[in-house]
Design a protein around this ligand. Structure first.
Ligand code: HEC
Length: 188
């Protein structure tokens, strides 16, 4: 009915065919690995060493947070870093010999590694880091499917006027192949 679910505060949810990620302080799915400065940089420039804002978050950065005062950005970052951590949330990954993992690895190598690099480290400020990126560990892969199927533009901000983009793969990869490559990335 649109009421708040108090038990799921900061826990993430689906919005307009995207998944707004968990923002608690957990290491695996939350902001545990982001420093206070990572959060401030992301909100002010749209980019940090892990992520580039796209989809509805690009709108939030472009029209709102890039214009905030530094003190306010820092206050939000301190608040989020001080949040709860969920214990025991890291699931056991699929075995590298699983058929889906083998297929996903082949597709990753052919279609993704040129930009995101063979080990998934990406390229600072241009190509998102896929390895160790909590966005890839969310329980819901809607945003990841959205980006790969439809492509996406990262946000442009006053601090970073040139936005990088990821191409759409809906025309070149089947749904099964997209599932396999995302399964591979999420379990690696
Ligand atoms: C031509 C370079 C390029 C290729 C090839 C490419 N990407 Fe990307 N990718 C990017 C850029 C740039 C971004 C950041 C911009 C954005 O998120 O809109 C990105 C972001 C992403 C994101 C969102 C991550 C985040 O931080 O929100 C996902 C998921 C993704 N890519 C998956 C893939 C997969 C899977 C493949 C291979 C099938 C692939 N990409 C191939 C350039 C590329």
């Amino acid at each position: 009915m649109g009421g708040d679910k108090n038990g799921r505060f900061l826990g993430g949810s689906e919005v307009e065919d995207w998944y707004a990620p968990n923002l608690d302080a957990s290491d695996h799915t939350g902001l545990g690995k982001w420093t206070q400065q990572d959060i401030v940089t992301y909100l002010r420039t749209g980019v940090n060493r892990y992520a580039i804002a796209s989809g509805p978050m690009a709108d939030a950065v472009r029209h709102s947070t890039q214009h905030w005062r530094e003190d306010d950005l820092n206050a939000v970052a301190v608040y989020l870093k001080d949040g709860d951590k969920k214990a025991g949330e890291k699931p056991k990954p699929l075995d590298a010999n699983d058929d889906r993992m083998k297929l996903g690895a082949t597709i990753y190598e052919a279609k993704c590694s040129a930009c995101h690099s063979p080990g998934g480290r990406g390229e600072k400020n241009i190509f998102s880091q896929l390895a160790d990126n909590p966005l890839f560990n969310q329980p819901n892969a809607t945003s990841l499917m959205h980006v790969v199927l439809a492509g996406s533009h990262g946000v442009d901000t006053d601090a970073r006027p040139t936005a990088p983009a990821v191409p759409a793969f809906a025309g070149t990869l089947s749904d099964d192949n997209i599932t396999a490559v995302l399964t591979y990335i999420r379990n690696s």
